[in-house]
Design a binder for this molecule. Structure first.
Ligand code: HEC
Length: 135
């Protein structure tokens, strides 16, 4: 029993350590869907949709990180890559915070502020895409 638990702990921490590019693509798609659900929540004036989408979004954004191969990149690119890691962390925190604010504002009936938070989240998504991805 104890051994099985230890094995489980070890294997899950190995899994945590190797966040792959495929994982990130999958998480990005989950976030895109969550953003659509939230937007529909605004259109249908439905708090449950906004909350459900918001919870998925803020959980998923916390999983995002540069895949190992990007983190371990050395030579001339090192500084650029380090910035990438740092940027991921600040952006994650910002998106999480704004998502919680958006849910709270909508719950309190302040739709204008809630929508503004939604716009700010979208901007954070795009900021990362233009800077990291050159989209
Ligand atoms: C920290 C930077 C960062 C943030 C923040 C970010 N993205 Fe991304 N996104 C990426 C990168 C990097 C890729 C490319 C993934 C790859 O191909 O390896 C990507 C790709 C995507 C894709 C395309 C996935 C595919 O199928 O190819 C979607 C959709 C997407 N992001 C949605 C979002 C949404 C929605 C948000 C905001 C809630 C967001 N992203 C925030 C960095 C970010």
């Amino acid at each position: 029993m104890k051994k099985a638990f230890i094995a489980l702990t070890i294997s899950s921490s190995i899994m945590m350590a190797s966040y792959t590019q495929e994982d990130r693509i999958k998480d990005m798609q989950i976030m895109a869907e969550a953003m659509q659900d939230i937007q529909n929540g605004f259109f249908f004036n439905n708090f449950d949709m906004i909350k459900a989408g918001g919870v998925i979004l803020s959980d998923t954004i916390m999983r995002i990180e540069p895949p190992l191969e990007e983190k371990e990149e050395k030579d001339v690119m090192t500084r650029f890559m380090n910035n990438k890691v740092k940027m991921t962390n600040t952006t994650k925190k910002k998106i999480k915070k704004k998502t919680h604010k958006m849910i709270e504002r909508f719950r309190d009936g302040d739709y204008t502020q809630a929508l503004q938070n939604f716009t700010k989240i979208t901007k954070e998504c795009m900021k990362c895409h233009t800077q990291l991805r050159k989209w």
